[in-house]
Write a protein that binds this ligand. Structure first.
Ligand code: BEZ
Length: 252
């Protein structure tokens, strides 16, 4: 997927603003070496650095890394595959906000994180959990089907696991899961009535790979209409986010 780094910062900054709560869970200490996995445009990586830690950000998107490097000169940024990366120097902690649900090869990501940590290091993350944006996905599927289209194979780009599912993977890789939570967090969409279409255009374009360009606005309108009773709260639109948070420790 090709990311629009400018639009991401401008209209979807809620992604990293909510991440500030996850920073509290990370509790970075001065001097610690911390890897931000799926750093996007680097805002939270820079916040980690400001806490006195030595922060490195990685992301699969060259566009995001280019923007991060241009904006934040205080941290290191690299393009890397979140499911298969390797560092010579090991980290005290790996942090990740709103990125792991883009990595379908979760075992690859967890193994890479484990190998990147020092003994005693921690993996602190928040991602979409089971049921995340399920109303959005259901309304999208309904509208596509109504027009004779299916969700393409691999059209749904996300992996939203339950606590048990992800904790089992973490434990199988050697981690001890010391904290986990799965909770609802209605998340405000930008631009009111336009918010669903803008969100899907930014994050869910793969659902519409088979739809001709001239048919797309109608389908996006129908998705918006279907979601209105659930998403429109007195003119403010909120999507049905569910978060999965955890801390896992590499003990050996
Ligand atoms: C999320 O943070 O839950 C999310 C963001 C973009 C696409 C899908 C999920």
């Amino acid at each position: 997927m090709k990311w629009n780094a400018e639009l991401y910062d401008d209209k979807h900054s809620f992604v990293f603003q909510y991440g500030e709560n996850v920073l509290e869970l990370l509790n970075a200490k001065p001097g610690e070496h911390i890897l931000d996995l799926g750093c996007g445009t680097g805002y939270l990586t820079s916040e980690i650095q400001k806490l006195g830690a030595v922060a490195t950000g990685i992301d699969t998107s060259p566009e995001m890394i280019a923007k991060a490097r241009a904006t934040y000169l205080n941290a290191d940024f690299f393009v890397a595959d979140g499911a298969d990366f390797d560092f010579d120097d090991k980290f005290d902690a790996v942090f990740s906000n709103a990125a792991l649900h883009w990595i379908k090869n979760a075992d690859g990501a967890i193994k890479s994180v484990y190998n990147a940590l020092k003994s005693g290091g921690r993996f602190v993350a928040e991602m979409g959990g089971k049921g995340n944006v399920q109303q959005m996905v259901a309304a999208t599927t309904l509208a596509l089907n109504k027009h004779g289209y299916q969700v393409p194979q691999n059209g749904n780009p996300w992996y939203f696991p339950s606590t048990a599912e992800y904790a089992t993977k973490l434990e199988a890789a050697g981690f001890r899961v010391t904290f986990t939570a799965h909770f609802d967090r209605k998340t405000q969409l930008q631009d009111g009535q336009q918010g669903v279409a803008k969100w899907l255009t930014m994050f869910g374009s793969s659902f519409f790979a088979e739809v001709p360009e001239d048919k797309l606005p109608q389908i996006l309108n129908e998705i918006t209409d279907e979601l209105e009773p659930h998403y429109n709260d007195n003119g403010q639109w909120y999507s049905d986010y569910k978060r999965l948070r955890f801390t896992a420790v590499k003990e050996i």
